[in-house]
Ligand binder design. Sequence first.
Ligand SMILES: O=C([O-])CC(=O)C(=O)O
Ligand SMILES: [Mg+2]
Length: 220
Amino acid sequence: MACQNQNAANFLSNGKKIVGVALNYMDVVLARNVPVPKEPLVFLKPTSSYLQEGQPIVLPKVFTKVAYEVELGVVIGKPCKNVSKADAMSYVAGYCLALDLTAQCNLGPARAAGHPWTLGKGFDTSTPVSQFIPIEKVTDPHNLPLWLTVNGDLKQNGCTADLIFKVPDIISYVSKYMTLEANDLILTGTPNGADAFKAGDVIQCGMADLAKLTFQVEAE
Ligand SMILES: O=C([O-])CC(=O)C(=O)O
Ligand SMILES: [Mg+2]
């Protein structure tokens, strides 16, 4: 039986951390001409980066190039440490649709220098999310179409079927290192097409018939 968590709908206010996975779609790996990851490539974002529909994405004035990344988010339901892949799904309370906004102007040099990704990934409004989607509403998390438009033009069109590391792989892997806690969010990675957007743009994204979001973009 899947984990039930009464508070998971409040993952925005109750979550302790956001765990991101990078380069988790083969089309991204091929487009960027980087080696296929042998293990999930994991980073953290602060919960202060959360944004809900109705509030604008604010581009920090310190950045010159910020990209959209549409992703499946996984909301953890109960504390989880050293779990096997076979058991991992019993720690999932539900899902959300998320954007992992990324300042490529910061990430590019950081990646090249071997520096942390914290600022390019963790700025305020960098994690727009949908409402919580209870696990019961999702028959298969690995068969969810994901799409994103900018000003009506389709920019990303993928499917979670193409995830390199699946949801249980990620949970099991991360839980070897850090305890995943109730209401933590895992960003599973973005399909190909992530690119820059600017102030004045309107970003829309969707996941199957489960969530659809619209965000206005403003300059700081
Ligand atoms: O921003 C990046 O370069 C990596 C990332 O988050 C993703 O692939 O989803
Ligand atoms: Mg991402």
